[in-house]
Design a protein around this ligand. Structure first.
Ligand code: G
Ligand code: G
Ligand code: MN
Ligand code: NA
Length: 254
């Protein structure tokens, strides 16, 4: 079978799952949110990374039904977390370019919220710079409508895309996520340190939250906290966890 046929069958057979990676506040140490990351679990085989199947899903259009499933699943999980005593937790869902530009996106997001009963304030969508830079006017309109629904928007992998800073001012955004490539050598590489400081300062002056990804060591965390980074996410805190382990993690951490 081709990858496309495999994915189509996997969707029908319910072979996808979401794992959740906690995001913590550097000031309070509390968990403020979780990022949902999709995995494909073919029966009897190891998990397949989204890096392998998302591009195929994008090319074939399967990202639309898959993305719809991801939104529904993540919203249902977020609502379970609320019921379990975490009313303020946000769950972040990654959008792919095609999903972002599809006409169905707004209806799909609205349906996932309605079906789950999740308040929109508990949902965050992650987009990338390149997704909004192409067809910027259309993107601004889509973002405005999403924001009008009450959810929040963050820019993933920030610093790796087109660096037009003017769009940051025009786009209705809530947070910038510093790409893990800048975090990895933070403690030894002066240029990465400068870039991270610049992104934090930029976010600050635009009134945006700033999140660092790929935080793997206590040195990373110390440096980011001292530099004024609001939130951190990475293996130091937790790897992405299956649903029940994520719930257990929430029970054992503030
Ligand atoms: O979780 P992992 O590091 O394997 O993710 C690899 C890539 O796949 C990352 O770029 C991540 O943003 C992307 N990805 C993970 N989950 C999703 C998802 O649910 N939807 C989309 N569009 N991309 C995802
Ligand atoms: O593109 P996006 O930022 O959504 O992708 C996040 C990816 O990074 C996921 O595949 C996730 O599994 C991975 N990831 C999460 N935490 C860490 C970390 O601390 N180090 C590294 N190397 N990868 C991480
Ligand atoms: Mn992401
Ligand atoms: Na990222």
């Amino acid at each position: 079978l081709t990858m496309e046929a495999n994915l189509r069958r996997a969707l029908k057979r319910d072979e996808f799952l979401l794992v959740y990676q906690p995001k913590i506040c550097t000031r309070t140490g509390r968990i403020v949110g979780l990022e949902a990351l999709v995995r494909w679990a073919p029966p009897g085989k190891p998990l397949v990374s989204p890096a392998e199947f998302i591009p195929v899903a994008e090319q074939t259009g399967l990202i639309v039904p898959l993305g719809r499933w991801i939104l529904r699943e993540a919203c249902a999980f977020a609502q379970e977390c609320r019921a379990a005593g975490r009313p303020d937790l946000t769950v972040a869902v990654n959008l792919s370019a095609r999903q972002f530009h599809e006409r169905a996106l707004l209806a799909d997001v609205a349906a996932a919220l309605t079906e789950s009963g999740l308040p929109p304030a508990n949902l965050e969508l992650e987009i990338t710079e390149s997704m909004v830079m192409s067809e910027a006017e259309e993107a601004i309109e889509t973002l405005r409508r999403l924001k009008a629904m009450g959810l929040s928007i963050s820019v993933d992998d920030f610093g790796t895309g087109y660096s037009s800073l003017s769009y940051l001012k025009r786009f209705p955004l809530d947070a910038l996520k510093i790409d893990q490539g800048f975090v990895r050598d933070l403690t030894t590489d002066a240029e990465d340190r400068s870039i991270v400081a610049a992104i934090i300062s930029l976010a600050r002056s635009l009134g945006l939250q700033v999140v660092a990804e790929g935080v793997e060591t206590a040195d990373h965390l110390d440096h980011l906290a001292a530099g004024g980074c609001d939130l951190v996410q990475g293996y130091l805190i937790s790897r992405p966890l299956p649903q029940d382990e994520a719930q257990a993690f929430l029970r054992h951490h503030a």
